[in-house]
Design a protein around this ligand. Structure first.
Ligand code: NAD
Length: 287
């Protein structure tokens, strides 16, 4: 019990914890966060949420047009660095850029991801090079992010790392094989890292969202419905995750990320937070 008490104490950074939240309700005041794939979709929504809660955010994204635009739109607390997560040295540089700019890294969100080629539907026709491409971004990119976040968080003795899995990491057949495999792997990666990093006061968790219309999901689903507008495709995606008229929104993921990143989750590690309105709780999917 004494060892557990010590570990519990080590998780809290003491500024903005459960008992001592900022008076204005902001939950990440003074924190520095790096978000891969932060130029668009769920990463961008999470960057917005983190900034609203007082954080400084580094947007690390391969898209060197959209990235700076997104950072500019988010205001002076956001800064863009170009980063291709398949290149370990660029991930290392992005982490170092965050530390150089802000003196530390408190939160690392390994969120960059792609669906990859929509199909072939049969694994018998799968091109293994395409499989490798998706794994290099979705899985190896997350491993690189964890590795380099740990490099700076271990000496600091604290930190919160997040990764994005998916309901495609819980139920098979929702996406192409490489995507499904990469997303099933994320909770395993998170548990493996959590088992070690808990000794250093570092927590690591993942989030598994339901379908949300973003450039990635719209691009994927549009391949099956040629001729539909983006709005029509977005309605189809919303319909997949609909529950009693509600559907998953990027803000739902951002709020989940805020909780896991904050000291309110100071004793939560190795967890997969499913944000799906019940999607994976029942068997009879409508498609
Ligand atoms: P998105 O396309 O809006 O954003 C993905 C971002 O990742 C883009 O800005 C893109 O430039 C960036 N990116 C792609 N490859 C990269 C690389 N090699 N290095 C750095 N950045 C790279 O898509 P999104 O829906 O916001 O996806 C974010 C994450 O959420 C992904 O991991 C995805 O698998 C996951 N997810 C999405 C949904 C959904 O329905 N949208 C559901 C569950 C999980």
């Amino acid at each position: 019990p004494a060892a557990f008490r010590r570990r519990l104490a080590s998780y809290s950074t003491g500024d903005g914890g459960v008992a001592g939240g900022a008076a204005d309700g902001k939950r990440l005041v003074g924190k520095v966060a790096l978000i891969t794939g932060g130029a668009s979709g769920l990463g961008k929504a999470t960057a917005h949420e983190f900034i609203q809660n007082g954080a400084q955010v580094i947007i690390a994204d391969i898209d060197s047009e959209l990235g700076p635009q997104t950072a500019q739109g988010l205001g002076p607390s956001a800064h863009y660095v170009r980063c291709d997560v398949t290149d370990e040295s660029q991930v290392a540089d992005a982490v170092d850029a965050a530390v150089a700019r802000h003196g530390k890294l408190d939160i690392m969100y390994n969120n960059a991801g792609v669906t990859g080629p929509a199909y072939p539907p049969s694994i018998a026709d799968l091109e293994l090079d395409k499989f490798d491409e998706v794994m290099r971004i979705n899985l190896r990119g997350a491993v690189a992010g964890i590795k380099h976040a740990a490099r700076v968080m271990i000496p600091a003795g604290s930190g919160s790392i997040l990764c994005t899995s998916s309901i495609s990491g819980i139920l098979a057949g929702l996406g192409p094989h490489p995507y499904t495999v990469s997303k099933f792997a994320i909770p395993g990666l998170v548990k493996s890292a959590a088992a070690e990093l808990c000794r250093h006061g570092i927590r690591i968790n993942c989030i598994s969202p339901a379908p949300i219309p973003t450039p990635m999901s719209v691009g994927q689903i549009a391949q099956f419905y040629p001729g539909l507008t983006q709005e029509q495709v977005a309605r189809i995606i919303n319909g997949l995750g609909e529950l009693k008229g509600a559907h998953c929104e990027d803000a739902d993921v951002a709020k989940a990320a805020l909780y896991l990143a904050s000291d309110e989750a100071k004793y939560v590690t190795g967890h997969n937070l499913v944000v799906d309105g019940g999607f994976t709780c029942y068997k009879n999917l409508s498609f």
